[in-house]
Design a protein around this ligand. Structure first.
Ligand SMILES: [Zn+2]
Length: 449
């Protein structure tokens, strides 16, 4: 479990010292002082909204006027106050679109001795918190805060970034802003509990926003929907190695001109964001092809790690992906995934998972390198956990679960987690580890029945 998935104690002394003796943290942030940097999610000429550096709940946002004002009413005209309250309203609406919220808290606190720059706390209380832990109790950072600036106490399954709209004061749609989000949902009852949160700062929300803008430019009215799925949604996104998995649904097949423009677009994005090169995976599929994928194969366009943008035929072999988009996908644009992907039953999903596992048994018939072994081991773990629990776990969850259940294989699973992140020169002895990997795959295959 990574550092930012856990709660950490809050250093009260240091906090009090900083907030009483230090300069105004909001003015310093706005002046660009790196010591006071925050993750800003919205700003305009009068106000700024940013994520709380010491959040006790996921999605904890602060809103403040740009100018250093102190009394919450006395320093504002009635009109200025209405503008700020309007922004609090819009942010509250946007947050609730993307963070599971039982009750939204909006409050202004502050002190003349510390944090005197007036600001409002806008905080989504997740569902399921017992009454005695709600309200001020749920906001007390002196207990412990979330590492890495996100996550929450509720069993959220993972974060994503979505194009939630912070509506304009006139409610006209303009410049939708990316807002950090947490995906709702339960992990299977028997899965190890997983703290949701990835580091909100680790995934560049503007990357998704930019990708969508450029896709809309190329595809225009042909873009029906864009959906994020995979590790960023299931909860073990690793900023250094994980891929971004996206499904783009189009009104018709990608034509030659669009293909070329999308290819250029992906190359440009990779050049501008070298850390993401080879890690953005997108499938472009026509809505009609999705409707019939169970019975016929259709052409889709794909960019995936290690492969350039290309066309291929896709049919029922993509069922697991489409099921996951349908069940867990986050809408970046367009209608809900259930409206564009036909119903897929859990039985169909589990059957596909079973078939996928058989494929890995065949794969294990000849020696493979450790990166491949790692992929096979973790994918098999995930397949078995999914098959037995009925829920698709994240790779880390599945690995943990399998280690607890089959301690005799724990060290091999641990190695697979290490190989997954290792660089090529760190990997050695591929052939020596292969027999154990193959034995593990055969062992897991037998556990299915
Ligand atoms: Zn200030």
């Amino acid at each position: 479990m990574s550092e930012h998935q856990q709660r950490r104690p809050f250093d009260v002394g240091a906090y009090v010292e900083r907030s009483t003796a230090g300069p105004c943290f909001i003015c310093e942030m706005l002046a660009g002082d790196p010591d006071y940097a925050h993750h800003i999610i919205y700003e305009d000429e009068t106000a700024v909204a940013f994520l709380n550096k010491y959040p006790i709940l996921y999605g904890y946002t602060l809103v403040a006027p740009r100018h250093h004002r102190e009394p919450v009413t006395g320093d504002f005209t009635r009109e200025e106050d209405l503008v700020l309250q309007g922004l609090a309203y819009r942010l509250g609406e946007a947050l609730q679109q993307v963070v599971p919220t039982e009750r939204l808290y909006i409050l202004s606190l502050g002190s003349q001795q510390a944090n005197s720059h007036v600001h409002w706390h806008i905080v989504p209380l997740p569902p399921g918190i017992p009454l005695e832990q709600q309200q001020l109790e749920s906001l007390d950072p002196l207990k412990e805060v979330l590492g890495g600036g996100c996550a929450g106490p509720a069993p959220l399954s993972g974060p994503s970034f979505s194009k939630a709209k912070v509506g304009s004061p006139e409610e006209s749609a303009r410049s939708p802003l990316p807002v950090p989000t947490a995906a709702e949902g339960s992990s299977g009852a028997d899965l190890p509990a997983q703290r949701p949160c990835q580091d909100l700062l680790s995934v560049e929300p503007r990357l998704l926003s930019r990708l969508l803008d450029q896709m809309e430019r190329v595809l225009d009215q042909d873009l029906i929907g864009l959906y994020l799925y995979g590790s960023l949604v299931t909860g073990d996104f690793d900023p250094e190695i994980s891929d971004l998995d996206l499904l783009a649904v189009t009104a018709s097949d990608i034509d030659a001109q669009q293909f070329e423009a999308l290819d250029d677009m992906h190359n440009a994005i990779a050049a501008q964001n070298p850390q993401w090169e080879g890690r953005i995976e997108v499938q472009y599929i026509a809505a009609s092809a999705l409707e019939t994928f169970k019975t016929q194969r259709s052409q889709i366009a794909v960019i995936s790690p290690g492969e350039p943008f290309h066309l291929k035929q896709a049919g029922i072999d993509w069922l697991i992906n489409w099921y996951l988009v349908r069940e867990q996908g986050r809408v970046l644009f367009g209608p809900s995934p259930q409206t564009v992907i036909p119903s897929i039953t859990k039985e169909e999903f589990l059957q596909a998972v079973r078939e996928q596992a058989r494929h890995w048994v065949e794969w294990a018939n000849q020696p493979r390198d450790q990166r491949g072994q790692s992929y096979a081991i973790l994918t098999m773990c995930r397949a078995l956990v999914a098959y037995q629990s009925g829920e698709q776990p994240s790779k880390n969850q599945a690995a943990l679960w399998m280690q607890e259940r089959f301690p005799q294989w724990s060290s091999l699973i641990e190695k697979a987690l290490v190989w997954r992140k290792a660089s090529d020169d760190e990997l050695e002895g591929h052939e020596a580890t292969f027999p154990e990997t193959a034995a593990f795959i055969h062992f897991l295959d037998e556990q299915f029945d």
